[in-house]
Design a protein around this ligand. Structure first.
Ligand code: HAM
Length: 465
């Protein structure tokens, strides 16, 4: 018997697959490769993330800002850096009709810095804490957790160079992910040192990489001259092997940079944040100096394990045309967070389900039910209906499918008498009441049902004990 039903379910699964596949073959348009629809069944995760982000943003005193998805391409080439994978291979650029070179943003930090400068935020009381979220685009090879359109939450702080701010940013990232219900979140931290340290380190790195040039991929041989640091995060296996024995930034720090890092580690210990020092971590963007970090989720393997990353960029505001302003920030990859939430089956908040269903029968009742619906909604009662359906049977089926506790039935007779039938779906009893008293009666019933359900839950809990 069981074998039969399992073969039936296998059949229906494969039928579903076949029909999806055949739909894919026949529809003339598909979403672009690496870009996808986020379907209604997944929205519960995204809604939950929005709620948690709003809470954390408020708790840590951030202000929300909305940025354009498209920027002048120069915003990114000047900040993320020539010679990075993002600029060389992954950025979507296109000329506007007016001839400007524009880009779909591959990340959110550069746009935030542009907005900070353009809107004169340098004069605001420091630190200026800004939060934004939205899509970013990278022409990457799509795979699980890696898309060409993906979503980031981005936090940036301008005007504070104390290492306690670095610790607070890591604490905030940690708190956000824990509040979302994720377990096993850890951090990798490193420091690149000051701009001067970076210059000295670059010299050492170039002399090491020159000795290994033959082992590098074609792109990295070219990068050796223009941006040697980026060889350390090349995705090619042979370059990664060379990178493993490269000199490390932590061994070539000025006393100030060493001190800054030391304080950061002490603060992280104080906060009991799970972290490890990763001397090879340099991040794939040029604007960083000083602290860099990545947020990892254990249980994920390979490069997709990064749920987010960030670091200091103390010279970027000046390089982008603003006043010298230290800054630090991080971005969280929301698509990967959703993947983790699903994998870890985290609890998510979902909107309350409607407990009342409004059914109607006949032309006059249909017309009148529109007004009843508005009246119930106005009084804060969440109602479902299927006005397009005529048959009572189909409507009642819909009502029990959504798990309504009360069904209101409006037929021809009730429409004329200005009454309705109210059916308690829990007990099965029903009553005819005047339309005038409907709101009051429904409110009372919902309140009573609530009590009944609470009592049932308490009984269940008692049994469990
Ligand atoms: P990022 O490390 O390039 O940093 O991206 C941050 C996070 O976005 C990654 O850890 C990952 O979770 C997600 N992500 C990146 N690319 C993809 C992709 N193709 N598909 C899915 N998710 C992806 C930045 O973007 C910096 N702007 C972060 C930052 C803010 N640094 C300072 N402030």
């Amino acid at each position: 018997m069981r074998a039969k039903s399992s073969s039936r379910s296998q059949r229906s699964n494969s039928e579903k697959k076949i029909s999806k596949e055949s739909v894919r073959m026949t529809v003339p348009f598909q979403s672009p490769r690496g870009m996808r629809d986020i379907l209604p069944e997944d929205q519960v995760y995204w809604g939950h993330i929005d709620r948690v982000l709003a809470k954390v943003v408020q708790e840590f005193g951030f202000q929300k800002i909305t940025l354009p998805t498209v920027e002048c391409a120069g915003v990114f080439t000047r900040s993320v850096g020539e010679g990075t994978d993002i600029i060389e291979k992954e950025m979507y650029t296109f000329p506007s009709r007016g001839g400007d070179m524009l880009a779909l943003r591959p990340e959110l930090t550069a746009g935030m810095v542009r907005a900070f400068i353009q809107n004169g935020m340098q004069v605001l009381a420091k630190p200026v804490k800004l939060f934004t979220q939205g899509p970013a685009f990278r022409y990457d090879r799509p795979q699980e957790g890696r898309y060409r359109e993906f979503y980031q939450a981005d936090f940036e702080v301008f005007g504070e160079d104390d290492p306690i701010m670095d610790a607070q940013m890591i604490q905030m990232a940690y708190r956000t992910l824990l509040t979302l219900g994720l377990k096993n979140v850890t951090f990798q931290v490193n420091t690149l040192g000051s701009e001067e340290d970076k210059k000295q380190y670059r010299k050492l790195l170039v002399s090491y990489l020159r000795s290994k040039k033959i082992k590098l991929c074609r792109d990295c041989k070219r990068r050796l001259a223009i941006n040697p640091l980026r060889i350390l995060d090349c995705k090619e296996e042979k370059c990664q092997q060379v990178a493993q024995s490269a000199p490390q930034t932590v061994d070539h720090l000025s006393p100030e940079a060493r001190n800054h890092f030391k304080f950061l580690l002490e603060y992280l210990d104080e906060l009991e944040i799970p972290y490890s020092i990763c001397p090879s971590l340099v991040r794939g963007l040029d604007y960083y100096s000083g602290t860099v970090f990545e947020i990892l989720s254990a249980g994920f393997n390979g490069r997709q394990s990064a749920l987010g990353g960030g670091g200091r960029y103390d010279t970027l505001v000046k390089r982008m045309g603003g006043e010298q302003t230290p800054a630090i920030g991080f971005g969280i990859g929301l698509d990967r967070v959703v993947m983790c939430m699903k994998r870890e089956k985290t609890k998510v908040y979902s909107d309350p389900k409607p407990k009342v269903f409004l059914a109607q029968l006949g032309e006059l009742a249909k017309k009148k039910s529109l007004r009843l619906f508005a009246q119930l909604e106005k009084n804060g009662i969440l109602v479902r209906e299927s006005f397009g359906r005529g048959g009572l049977k189909a409507q009642l089926r819909h009502s029990s499918k959504i798990g309504a506790e009360i069904t209101i039935i409006l037929g021809q007779k009730e429409a004329i008498d200005e009454t309705v039938i109210v059916k308690d779906m829990v007990s099965g009893s029903q009553e005819t009441v005047s339309q005038e008293r409907l709101v009051e009666i429904i409110k009372k019933m919902l309140k009573n049902n609530g009590i009944i359900f609470q009592k049932r839950q308490m009984d269940k809990d008692k049994q469990r004990e």
